[in-house]
Design a protein. Structure first.
Length: 410
């Protein structure tokens, strides 16, 4: 029996409303190392977004390398790490030769030769025990050749076709390896992508991966020879199309207040031969988050309840009462004074809504995202027709280029 643990989206170094979270990240990695030891895990898969940006801080790097050293000294025989869209491929790849001596296998960039993404992992006796298709986040330039005059629909189609072809090529090589090594060796693939139908939550920081929003991968993009597909990118733990073997492990920490109260987990996969059995292991809550919404009486009442329970929560307060409260921040600071709670974010929807109503009747602050703001600017300046369409597309391309082509700017 082979025991595998699937996790992703650590986002080491990410802050919440300006608050550093290194203690939480450290507590999670300590718990993960203890879980590996306690459960007797043989292989750990990390499906992308190890770091929150392409230039992680020294402290984030220290957490990462300290964990890898601890994992290498544990019963875990192999660690496989692939890059996500937040990671710098070159940064992750730089120490890969050194890490390989610890049986830590890193794939930061899509390989020119698909065979370089096919890893045969061996047990202590030297016998092959697992084949991993270690596919990282596939950037647009990895799978699509741009051509002059192609439409957005053409680009989306070529992109999804390119991702599908990449998985087909890597899986075919893995299947040939299994034919050579033995039929009972499982084949596992990683992926950092947006599967069609995947669920996200407001404020989780999950980005659209490509220009536009159509390039979402359907479940049939993963060849039938794959016995388990370990996915990253979406922060909500979930199955893809109800499949037991196509899963997002989700982020181990809530990345924003929209994930407050969400159950976090890692996926434990047991293989008997090539047959998987999946169970979820709940991740403890290392820092409670609480979103409180309502009028002032509801907000004050909930803060009193939390204080009575000795809560140490970080709070996001969303005021949506009818009355305009100009001193909301001061009231909140007074309400949490003497408790172990802290208000990290205040959203006074009533004041914002009054301002918005002057320009866009019936629209609220919660209806807008960054692109909406850009569109409002175009409308305010009277930009319409073909010029508006072209400027909007240029805006989207600039944002996507910032996120993809220059990891240091993420």
């Amino acid at each position: 029996m082979l025991k595998l643990l699937h996790t992703s989206d650590w986002h080491l170094g990410r802050a919440l409303c300006g608050r550093k979270r290194y203690e939480e990240f450290g507590a999670f990695l300590d718990w993960l190392a203890e879980t590996i030891e306690r459960q007797g895990i043989d292989v750990l898969l990390v499906a992308g977004d190890v770091f929150d940006n392409g230039a992680p801080s020294n402290r984030a790097q220290e957490l990462y390398y300290r964990f890898l050293c601890r994992a290498a000294a544990s019963p875990c025989r192999h660690v496989v790490v692939v890059a996500g869209n937040h990671d710098s491929p070159t940064f992750l790849d730089a120490p890969r030769s050194l890490l390989a001596t610890l049986n830590v296998h890193v794939v930061g960039s899509a390989a020119e030769d698909p065979e370089d993404e096919v890893l045969v992992l061996r047990g202590r006796d030297g016998a092959p025990e697992l084949i991993v298709c270690a596919v990282p986040y596939l950037r647009d330039r990895d799978v699509r050749t741009a051509e002059a005059g192609e439409s957005p629909e053409d680009k989306d189609r070529k992109l999804t076709d390119g991702i599908r072809e990449h998985y087909a090529a890597v899986a075919a090589l893995a299947e040939r390896r299994r034919e050579e090594l033995g039929p009972d060796i499982p084949i596992v693939a990683t992926g950092h992508l947006f599967a069609a139908g995947g669920r996200t939550v407001e404020g989780d920081g999950v980005r659209e991966l490509y220009i536009g929003s159509l390039a979402r991968v359907t479940a049939d993009a993963f060849p039938d020879c794959l016995d388990y597909v370990a996915l990253g990118h979406l922060h909500v733990p979930q199955r893809v199309n109800g499949s037991e073997i196509l899963r997002y492990s989700g982020s181990p920490l809530p990345m924003g207040f929209g994930e407050a109260g969400q159950r976090k987990s890692v996926c434990r996969v047991e293989f008997r031969g090539a047959v998987p059995s999946v169970t979820l292991i709940d991740v403890p809550v290392f820092q409670e988050l609480e979103r409180i919404a309502g009028d002032w009486d509801a907000i004050a009442g909930r803060i009193l309840e939390l204080a009575a329970a000795g809560s140490e929560s970080w709070l996001e307060v969303v005021y949506d009462g009818e009355a305009v409260v100009g001193d909301l921040r001061e009231r909140l600071e007074s309400a949490v004074s003497g408790t172990r709670m802290e208000v990290l974010r205040v959203r006074n929807g009533r004041i914002a809504d009054r301002v918005l109503e002057r320009a866009f009747e019936g629209e609220t602050l919660d209806d807008l995202n960054a692109e909406d703001v850009f569109e409002r600017c175009l409308a305010a300046h009277g930009v319409t027709g073909e010029q508006r369409t072209e400027l909007l597309r240029s805006y989207r391309e600039a944002v996507a280029s910032l996120h993809e082509d220059d990891p240091m700017a993420e």
